[in-house]
Design a protein around this ligand. Sequence first.
Ligand code: HEM
Ligand SMILES: N[C@@H](CC(=O)c1ccccc1NC=O)C(=O)O
Length: 275
Amino acid sequence: MSYRDEQGIHTDFKERMTYSDYLDLDAILNSQNRLSDHHDEMLFIVIHQVSELWIKLTLHELEAAVQSIQEEDYQPAFKMLARVSSIQNQIIKAWDVLSTMTPSEYLGFRDYLGNASGFQSYQYRLVEFALGYKTPHVLKIYEKDPELKARLQEAYEAPGLYDVAIQALAKEGFEIDQSVLERDLTETYEANDSVERAWIEVYRDPERYWNLYQLAEKLVDIEDWMQQWRFRHMKTVERIIGHKQGTGGSSGVGYLKQVLDHYFFPELWNVRTSL
Ligand code: HEM
Ligand SMILES: N[C@@H](CC(=O)c1ccccc1NC=O)C(=O)O
């Protein structure tokens, strides 16, 4: 006879549940569809799929962290942001595996990729948006997919991690320019003196502003790892395709070098000089 356990779960449901069903492994493990019969295409697909899965978890954590910070519930936010950094560290290690692929091996199946490119990774754009980097041209790619476009548009207009961190500074009593507090969220965040002055105070007296100080350092961790990911991507691309044009239509390595110049949380880096 079937009955419920102390958590209200049916025992016959428990008996039916399996490892594969729970994890939907059929869907996941039947999604490595090579277009060529080149041995290394499997590596290429798997690296991208695991990266996208980690990015999915990153977004889940970032969205919840933004909400916690807005609610001034800092401890859970710190935990989630620490997890994001740990995931970033994990994805960066994937470049070591991918680098075992030589230029000749990649060229053996590159043509099959057509115009597909990491440039089209919408999850990567959602991370950039969550970090306040709002580049409008990336939205155009998704015109043909209204559902996806709507999700991106929403994130594009929403406050990012740094916006809520700056609101936290204002809630603590720091004088932050209205132009920042009421900024157009669809623009990429730009450095502001009142924000830098506030962070300087926080860094001069960490004990007094312990939550804000911890928050700042978590943001620096995330930006630091993000830059390391971008750098390893650029270098891996250089060792595999040199300065060839990208399948997405960009200059390739030149473009990837250029995005490295962008700072997500500029004042947190400036503060190091100003202190
Ligand atoms: C052989 C390996 C790889 C090569 C040769 C490569 C090459 C490139 C190039 C040339 C671009 C510039 C856009 C273009 O014109 O196509 C690009 C962008 C991008 N790639 Fe890769 N990539 C590789 C692996 C990866 C992996 C493993 C990921 C992880 C998900 C990834 C994610 C991205 C993302 C997110 C962008 C957009 C970057 C931006 O706009 O800032 N790529 N890639
Ligand atoms: N942009 C790459 C192609 C590429 O890397 C790619 C192609 C399809 C799916 C994911 C990719 N990865 C990252 O850009 C190239 O120019 O070779």
